[in-house]
Design a protein around this ligand. Structure first.
Ligand code: DX5
Ligand code: ZN
Length: 216
């Protein structure tokens, strides 16, 4: 089943509750956390996730684009995240493993994220304990960027690893997803599609979510 995860990075932060309600027909709510170091942009922290948790029952998929994410996992779990993804490039493997362990101890779903430069095999040491792998289809940091077609091969390779070692694990893609690119990533094996501008830039938001699912 294809799941759609609207990214609130493209929402109006002054009217965040209103904009979260607008995407209630989607499956996950994607929350982009950026620290101004791992990526050049700065966004939101755990207090905002705590407030979001109070205004929606949606599954909160929190994407941590931060250096040394192990420092923040517990805070975001306590704030109400349902799933946390940490970037494999953001710390040493032992600290990534530690971050995943804390997620498990806190009862949140565990995910790792891959920048475009990172090879699919990088997930191998963790794959059996993951609930989701996030493959970036743009350089992380900003919404509204062009989809990187070269990432289709990485998606295919991660799909093959998931099918072999942990078929229950989900495969999420993030960046430049539109009605045009959605069929390509689905064909390559993705089952969770993050979309910021393609959802919040649409006049008919529920219609845009259905279009990304492939139901027009
Ligand atoms: C980019 C973020 C994305 C972003 C996607 O670093 O991780 O989640 O919001 O935006 P679009 O769908 O506009 O490319
Ligand atoms: Zn994201």
């Amino acid at each position: 089943m294809i799941k759609i995860a609207p990214s609130i990075l493209s929402a109006d932060f002054v009217n965040l509750e209103r904009d979260i309600k607008k995407v209630s027909s989607a499956d996950y709510l994607h929350v982009d956390v950026m620290d101004g170091a791992f990526v050049p942009n700065l966004t939101i922290g755990a207090p905002v996730v705590k407030s979001i948790r109070k205004c929606t029952d949606m599954f909160l998929d929190v994407h941590l684009m931060v250096d040394k994410p192990v420092r923040y996992v517990e805070a975001f779990a306590k704030a109400g995240a349902d799933l946390l993804s940490v970037h494999l490039e953001a710390d040493h493997p032992t600290r990534i493993a530690e971050a995943l362990k804390i997620m498990g101890d806190c009862g949140v779903k565990r995910a790792v994220a891959l920048r475009p430069i990172t090879k699919a095999e990088a997930v191998l040491p963790y794959i059996e304990q993951l609930d989701l792998v996030l493959v970036m289809t743009v350089e992380p940091g900003f919404g509204g960027q062009a989809f990187m077609e070269g990432q289709l091969e990485t998606i295919r390779q991660v799909r093959a690893i998931i099918d072999q070692y942990n078929p229950a694990c989900e495969l999420e893609v993030d960046g430049g997803i539109s009605p045009k690119t959605a069929p390509l990533v689905k064909e390559a094996g993705a089952n969770v599609l993050v979309a910021g501008s393609a959802v919040y830039g649409a006049v008919d938001i529920p219609g845009a979510i259905q279009a990304l699912r492939g139901i027009v």
